[in-house]
Design a protein around this ligand. Structure first.
Ligand SMILES: *Cc1c(COP(=O)(O)O)cnc(C)c1O
Length: 441
């Protein structure tokens, strides 16, 4: 069989060891049935199965998909889709040596944060800035550098769990700072912060309650007020914005979210935020603010463990540069482009694609209004009116869409499968992808 035509092709493509392994595994797979009396498959059938297994194993595990879930910044689907400028910059950095820590001015050593520091300062109004692996890392580093062995004061209403293992008390424990909770779940007052300050206090912290909202009888202390209380005691105030945005989203017709510039202006000494949430860049976290404090973070031994590589720094620099021209931002930054997609466009796309999808799926498919979410804890209760193709199918249809060459990920809701078209830009590619798999018999 290995000497057959298919065997030759397979060996050239996958190597002898892999092909022999696949044939043995295929034979081992059919042996029990044959021993139980089933008819043995012929050599050609075994070769076909082995080839199919080899092709499956060849597919990448991390694959591009169509995100039609209606969640724009979907953490499980990799959050922000990068701008073309960022993709090009990352590819350039990958393909060759780069000035990661090298100064072209004098030929001496440079610093990797130099590539984004000036841009971040220009865009946010901060004195200094560094980038690390993600915002969780930014928090751990800031707390370790500024609060280790001492107390960090936080409102009980802000002790959040974001998802997975990200729980604020656990993050603080791993950074070696002692959590000093103040106020209650629903109400925290200025005096709660002031009364908690003692000889062991290292800093006061505000945390964006990214994925929930406390309603009813509530009060929280504004960041500017927390900063004022901290400064009166000679302490720094850290503001974890979570998503963070560098532009006033109201300018793009979205709900206004406090910006990073607002946090700096409100007196935070350190502000932390993510690179791949509303900012629309690669996974990263930023620590910006007062120079002496940012430098303490930069010089902490953990910084080395949490630093970003040349690929992401290149993508970050290119992404941040797009913010210099807010007028073209919504066209060039995919995250913002998706968030601001006009309802009429998604409706037209749904009307165009519904018949194609109905024919492909063999079931009813209709344009239907739906609500998209921003995702990643940005503006948690805010939804955006959008249009989907609603397919009269559930789990089996969802599985067929996931089995396409480029898997299509929708959302099961109300006994139907919804494909929210907000994030679909390549409609021709989407249709070609459906046809590549052929229609079922
Ligand atoms: C998302 C979030 C984080 C974690 O950010 P990552 O970039 O995912 O590590 C931290 N704090 C808040 C408030 C967040 O919303």
């Amino acid at each position: 069989m290995l000497r057959g035509a298919l065997g030759g092709v397979a060996i050239a493509r996958f190597g002898r060891e892999a092909v022999v392994g696949a044939v043995r595994a295929t034979l081992a797979g059919v042996r029990p049935a044959v021993l139980a009396g089933a008819e043995a498959p012929d050599a050609e059938a075994v070769a076909d199965r082995a080839m199919a297994a080899l092709e499956r194993a060849e597919q990448p595990s991390l694959r591009p998909v169509f995100n039609l879930t209606g969640v724009v910044l979907h953490t499980n689907l990799g959050r922000a889709v990068l701008a073309e400028a960022a993709v090009a910059a990352a590819c350039g950095a990958m393909r060759s040596a780069a000035t990661l820590e090298f100064s072209l001015a004098d030929g001496g050593r440079g610093e990797r944060d130099d590539h984004v520091r000036a841009l971040l300062c220009e865009l946010t109004g901060a004195e200094d800035a560094i980038a690390v692996n993600n915002n969780a890392a930014a928090l751990v580093l800031a707390l370790a550098a500024l609060g280790a062995g001492r107390e960090t004061v936080v409102s009980r209403g802000e002790l959040i769990e974001i998802g997975g293992a990200f729980r604020l008390p656990a993050i603080m424990a791993s950074a070696g700072t002692r959590l000093r909770e103040v106020g209650t779940t629903n109400r925290t007052h200025p005096r709660d912060y002031a009364e908690a300050i003692g000889p062991d206090t290292a800093l006061l912290m505000k945390v964006h309650t990214s994925n929930f909202l406390v309603q009813g009888f509530t009060s929280e202390v504004a960041p500017a007020e927390v900063a004022r209380i901290a400064h009166a005691a000679g302490l720094p105030m850290v503001d974890d914005l979570g998503s963070g945005t560098l532009v006033d989203l109201a300018r793009f017709g979205l709900k206004r979210e406090r910006t990073v510039q607002d946090a700096v202006r409100d007196g935070a000494d350190i502000v932390t935020f993510s690179g791949d949430k509303l900012l629309g860049g690669p996974q990263a976290g930023f620590i910006i603010g007062r120079r002496d404090l940012v430098q303490r973070c930069a010089k902490h031994p953990l910084k080395r463990a949490l630093r970003v590589d040349k690929i992401r720094l290149a993508a970050l620099e290119a992404t941040l540069k797009l913010y210099r021209n807010p007028a073209t931002l919504a066209a060039r930054l995919p995250t913002l482009r998706s968030l601001t997609r006009p309802l009429a466009e998604t409706q037209q796309a749904a009307t165009r694609l519904a018949p194609t999808l109905a024919a492909w799926a063999g079931c009813a498919a209709e344009p239907a209004p739906c609500e998209s979410q921003i995702g990643s804890g940005a503006l948690p209760l805010e939804t955006l009116p959008s249009f989907a193709v609603r397919l009269a199918g559930t789990d089996a249809l969802a599985a067929r869409l996931r089995a396409l060459p480029r898997p299509v990920i929708g959302r099961l809701h109300d006994g139907a499968l919804w494909l929210d078209l907000r994030c679909l830009e390549d409609e021709a590619g989407f249709i070609a992808n459906l046809n590549a798999a052929g229609t079922p018999a």
